[in-house]
Ligand binder design. Structure first.
Ligand code: PLP
Length: 422
């Protein structure tokens, strides 16, 4: 344990770590752990899409010509498949274009301009605050900030965000209109919200009548173990709790098929969907239904999606395992870092010694290892303890993941010893 070393021992350790780091730097590495995106091998799993729908195929089961305008709610066959997978009524699910982030953007902009169902006035005409479980998804925070919405961080543990803290914040302040939530294998901690947490979130009294949970189930199907958990029926629980309109749900096939050519989904109560579609209908005459058809034909059914996800797991689970193994071997005995062991999703969240994350990322950069900037998983990029680093292991080949994590571990140790000696 680093904390048990004397100053002389620390100085000696610093010398050997510095030598190790100089050797690392001398290797001229060029490694990148910043990209939370599928590898080329993962994308190859869906190359069948490139042949679909095939010559002369452009009608859905009802015989509708999908080449034409219309069909704002998306293909019923695709909604049925994802309704089953996401454990919700397909009637409450809309299939859209390729990006769920775009759907999040639209639903927030519609809320700002027009006010959501139950609003006393548009959000733009009043102060709006969102609660942001941290560490969280940087693009959620960037979007929120860009729309002029104030962000307040709240804590998150392995079972979901701190419901007591959230209940306190929503109870008194009517400006608190939103809570970001990545309920399954959260980005970046891997947290999985328990049914109890979900029940508490959909039930709690809120000062704002138009409070929304932005339920981004981006990783609902992205299991890394054979425990394939079923998504919580959040819309059902919200209705049961007497708050049917509290949830805006999002998902996509970005990390199931093609990250740049998948299908996104919006899920909500009937009243919310009517509201959303009324505004969406001003923005577009309908989504890319040919791409939706392609996906229906490629998947076949819900089991087709599950089996594809098992093949993804076959490609990426060992990358997560190697991160855990190298971090344990290199850092375990020193007591300077903690990291998550996610059972799904795309990320590992690493906490290094307080006030050293920025230094670690800088040391990595100098050694040719690109890490996501420290603080990026926090609202306004501010990590109060400057300790969190997000690791994204899916994109690089396995040997590069191992080499990058080994180099990262050297930087974590060196920064921790430097801080103790300072
Ligand atoms: N939501 C979360 C939590 C993500 O981590 C990501 C991508 O990393 C997205 C949404 C992006 O989704 P999409 O590709 O559907 O826009």
């Amino acid at each position: 344990m680093l904390s048990e070393l004397s100053r002389d021992q620390l100085t000696e350790l610093h010398g050997s770590l510095r030598a190790g780091y100089d050797e690392l730097r001398g290797r001229g590495l060029s490694l990148d752990l910043t990209r939370g995106k599928p590898s080329a091998q993962q994308l190859d799993l869906s190359n069948g899409l490139l042949e679909l729908p095939g010559p002369g195929v452009y009608r859905d089961a009802a015989g509708t010509d999908l080449r034409n305008y219309g069909g704002l709610t998306g293909l019923p066959e695709l909604r049925a498949i994802f309704g089953e997978l996401l454990n919700l009524d397909p009637g409450l699910l809309v299939a859209a274009n390729n990006s769920s982030l775009a759907v999040m953007h639209d639903s927030l902009v519609f809320s700002l301009l027009h006010g959501p169902v139950g609003a006393e006035r548009p959000w733009k005409d009043q102060p709006v605050t969102f609660l942001c479980p941290t560490p969280g998804y940087d693009r959620h925070f960037a979007l929120t900030d860009s729309l002029g919405i104030r962000m307040v961080p709240v804590g998150i543990g392995p079972d979901g965000p701190d419901v007591d803290e959230i209940a306190r914040l929503v109870a008194d302040d009517p400006s608190v209109k939103g809570l970001w939530a990545v309920p399954t294998y959260a980005n970046p901690t891997g947290a999985v919200y328990t049914p109890e947490v979900v029940r508490a979130l959909v039930s709690m009294p809120t000062a704002a009548p138009d409070f929304r949970i932005l339920w981004d189930n981006a990783y609902a199907l992205h299991h890394l173990t054979d425990r394939e958990i079923t998504p919580v029926d959040v819309l059902g629980l919200a209705a049961e709790a007497g708050h049917p309109d509290r949830v805006f749900g999002y998902a996509s096939t970005s990390k199931i098929t093609f990250a740049g050519g998948g299908v996104a989904f919006f899920a909500a109560s009937k009243a919310n969907l009517d509201w959303y579609l009324a505004h969406l209908g001003k923005r577009t005459i309908g989504p890319d239904k040919i791409n939706q058809l392609r996906h229906v034909l490629f998947f076949g059914d819900a089991e087709g999606v599950r089996s594809l996800m098992r093949r993804h797991r076959g490609l990426i689970a060992e990358k997560f395992a190697v991160v855990d193994r190298v971090l344990s071997e290199r850092l375990g005995e020193h007591g300077v870092a903690h990291w998550t062991e996610p059972e799904g999703g795309y990320f590992i969240s690493l906490d290094v010694a307080d006030h050293t994350a920025t230094r670690v990322v800088a040391l990595c950069k100098e050694a040719g290892i690109a890490m996501t900037p420290a603080g990026s998983a926090f609202p306004y990029g501010r990590d109060p303890r400057d300790r969190n680093i997000r690791i994204a292991p899916t994109f690089p080949p396995l040997d590069q993941v191992a080499a990058a994590i080994d180099g990262l571990a050297t930087c974590v140790l060196l920064a921790a010893v430097e801080a103790r000696l300072a």
